[in-house]
Write a new protein. Structure first.
Length: 112
């Protein structure tokens, strides 16, 4: 009965007969396991695209922006950066200037 209850909402005999419900649940759980990993990958890619677009609008590439933030020891993750890029332009612009200043300091330190 647990299997049949878990298959509620499935169509036709997948929701009524144990044999087909068990197969459908196994298949569905495999997809669920796989797609929990895929979801994380897709969101990280989306965040990177949003950060890249906002950084390029400010005159900096994504990789240089992230490198500058690491040099400045800014501990924001990509999810927060993407949210700032989409919703709070002035705060993101300040992060861009912080990254640019850190890159300049890093370059002058390497040259010296």
């Amino acid at each position: 009965m647990r299997t049949i209850k878990a298959a509620k909402g499935f169509r036709m005999r997948r929701s009524k007969l144990y044999r087909y419900a068990a197969d459908a649940l196994d298949h569905g759980r495999q997809y669920a396991y796989r797609d929990r990993k895929t979801k994380k990958r897709n969101f990280r890619m989306l965040w990177q695209i949003r950060i890249n677009a906002a950084a390029r609008a400010a005159g900096l590439t994504y990789s240089r922006f992230i490198e500058g933030l690491k040099a400045a020891k800014v501990g924001l993750d990509r999810k927060v950066l993407a949210d700032l890029a989409a919703t709070d332009g002035p705060a993101f612009a300040e992060l861009v200037t912080t990254a640019q200043n850190a890159l300049k300091a890093k370059a002058s330190k390497a040259a010296a």
